[in-house]
Design a protein. Structure first.
Length: 169
């Protein structure tokens, strides 16, 4: 019996990060839901709604004898762009120290991501500029971020699999 999680055995792992109860912070999980329902995903790709538990998934990966070749994290990160803007960020662009505009659930994972990258795993970040990240429970994406979900899916599928929206999702 193989006790290695299935997502460790796939070639590509796409992780949706964020808290669906905190406005635009729920972008990552929404992208995963859209990919699952609207896009045919290759067999060697795992889609995981990591929510606020991305560190646990990355720790599993770090300790697993089997690892994907590529990890894509999808998250809402403030970067001074217009709300709903999609960015493809290199891992090195994320700070090691916590900053006020840095996502709380992603910040502790940067060191784990860098460790995985040193093991030869490609790490990519697909980020959306949030319009609102409330401090109290306020579910639901803002209009610009909600409209960015299918664009992010198209961006991911085109970047990773070479498919255009018209023929893919």
């Amino acid at each position: 019996m193989n006790t290695v999680p299935e997502y460790c055995r796939k070639t590509t792992l796409i992780l949706g990060c964020g808290n669906i109860l905190l406005g635009d912070d729920g972008f990552g999980p929404q992208v995963i839901a859209h990919l699952q329902s609207q896009c045919p995903i290759p067999q060697d790709v795992a889609l995981v709604d990591a929510g606020t538990g991305v560190r646990e998934v990355l720790l599993d990966l770090a300790l697993s004898p089997e690892k994907p070749k590529r990890i894509v994290l999808v998250d809402a990160l403030e970067g001074g762009h217009p709300p709903g803007a999609i960015s493809w960020l290199p891992l090195k662009s994320l700070p090691l120290r916590r900053q006020t505009s840095f996502s709380l659930h992603l910040m502790p994972t940067v060191c784990l991501l860098r460790e995985l990258e040193q093991l030869g795993i490609e790490v990519f970040l697909v980020a959306v500029q949030p319009q609102r990240l409330p401090e109290e429970v306020e579910p639901g994406l803002s209009a610009p971020v909600r409209e960015a979900v299918p664009r992010a899916c198209e961006f991911i599928t085109r970047s990773l699999f070479g498919h255009a929206r018209e023929t893919y999702c």
